[in-house]
Design a protein. Structure first.
Lengths: 189, 259
């Protein structure tokens, strides 16, 4: 998969994990200039993808708001959040983590409304990824109809889709990469 | 975005229309061999002639015989079917009335084409797709009204909500076989049919369009090419762990209430 990011300044902030590391490599391979840009063309916020108790998301979201406002004034920009798919489907065993991921998702939606029409704000919802897992929870696999964990590359490619310069009418959305975990009950009752 | 579809065979219904054409062209540009399926024979044949290694198929998705014949023709030509895009559909533009006044024959027309037609086309296409044993992709074109209901188009709302939920059901059933099913929910999309609705002769938004566009964060209708880009990603090998998802390509319409 190739997208043309030549000349695009991208800032990747937040949790340093195998998915965010691979995404950084892929963005650079497609021509983006990664760094701590004051006014990036795209801001990517990486939240912890393994369930984490006591997670504090507000500082990163505040960062998104301030940079997003600057993008809106400038007239273009994108924000992408890498979150757990639990943002849209809470897990009983991880109530605190699910709640904080849902907070991120609602912020994505409200920012999309605030920062339009020239700034797109979206999220990738990440399910059970990697062996051993680098994202999600093994319990997710019990309902995922694709009977394997996903790969880091599959998450990275979905993030690239949201960076795609031709993907210009999607905002306020989360696309989950979870093998069907959030589709419904993966059981034959 | 550039992906490698490597000669995969994609059948796109409603492919003589604005959105279907954009989808078919995007898939073709990325290496797919495309079946231009439409009830409009002349339109399908003319468009198929524009694309390399494409074929036209006259398919009436309300007829099981027709969908099965279209799939049989596909297999006869290419020997396989890898991607189905259920794009064909209709809305009711004449009967913009509340459900107590909505004519039963119009309800049946809309749901028969939009929802039953998706079942018939999918049922026919899945026969070779399952038998191939190599997985596949189904991409259903729903609508934002399947996510957020609107007034005065109850049949269309019901059919599109049905498409969204059956997308999830199909994903759960077919995922173990490597057949991934997802949906795109377009918002207001510019087509030859809607252009005159959106814009007046002066090139500005006509009538209530401007008021309506204030409900969209992006403040404009989308294009068929923007829908096609999302379909291309879901059809690509790169989306191999995306299943049962509904992606709204809607300018932010379903992000929340703007006003």
């Amino acid at each position: 998969m190739e997208i043309n990011l030549e000349g695009k300044a991208i800032t990747l902030r937040g949790d340093d994990n195998p998915v965010s590391a691979a995404l950084g490599v892929a963005l650079a391979a497609n021509g983006a200039t990664l760094g701590d840009h004051a006014y990036p063309d795209m801001l990517i916020l990486s939240f912890p993808l393994l369930p984490t108790e006591g997670l504090v998301v507000e500082p990163l979201l505040a960062r998104a708001e301030s940079i997003g406002e600057a993008m809106a004034q400038r007239g273009h920009g994108r924000i992408l959040c890498l979150v757990s798919a639990a943002a849209g489907m809470p897990m009983r065993r991880h109530p605190d983590y699910s709640r904080r991921m849902a907070n991120v998702l609602i912020t994505v939606r409200t920012l999309a409304m605030r920062l339009g029409p020239n700034v797109l704000v979206n999220a990738v919802g990440v399910g059970a990824i990697g062996e051993p897992l680098v994202a999600g929870d093994a319990a997710m696999l019990g309902h995922a109809s694709v009977t394997r964990p996903g790969t880091i590359e599959e998450v990275v490619d979905t993030a690239l889709f949201f960076a795609d310069p031709l993907n210009t009418y999607t905002t306020g959305q989360m696309l989950s990469v979870d093998g069907g975990w959030t589709a419904g009950y993966g059981r034959n009752f | 975005m550039r992906v490698e579809l490597g000669g995969r065979v994609a059948l796109v219904t409603g492919a003589a229309g604005t959105i279907g054409r954009a989808i078919a062209r995007r898939l073709s540009d990325n290496g797919a061999r495309v079946v231009i399926a439409d009830i409009n024979r002349e339109g399908a044949e003319a468009f198929a002639a524009e694309l390399p290694e494409a074929m036209a198929a006259t398919i009436d998705i309300t007829s099981q015989d027709s969908t099965e014949a279209g799939v049989a023709a596909t297999i006869a030509r290419y020997g396989r079917l890898d991607i189905l895009v259920n794009n064909a559909g209709v809305n009711s533009f004449v009967h913009r009335v509340t459900i107590d006044a909505f004519p039963s024959e119009e309800w049946e027309r809309v749901t028969r084409i939009d929802l039953d037609g998706l079942y018939r086309m999918s049922h026919a296409a899945l026969q070779p797709m399952v038998a191939q044993g190599e997985g596949g992709r189904i991409i259903n074109i729903a609508s934002v009204v399947g996510l957020a209901a609107m007034r005065l188009q109850s049949a269309f709302v019901a059919a599109k909500a049905g498409i969204i939920h059956v997308t999830r059901s199909m994903a759960l059933e077919l995922g173990p076989q490597g057949i991934l099913t997802n949906a795109i929910a377009p918002g207001s999309i510019m087509s030859e049919g809607t252009r005159s609705l959106f814009y007046g002769a002066d090139g500005k938004f006509a009538g209530r369009t401007e008021e309506f566009m204030r409900h969209l964060p992006l403040g404009r209708p989308g294009t068929a090419e923007e829908i096609a880009e999302a379909v291309l990603f879901l059809a690509s090998p790169n989306a191999a762990y995306v299943n049962g998802q509904v992606l709204a390509v809607d300018g932010g319409w379903t992000a929340g209430y703007m006003l």
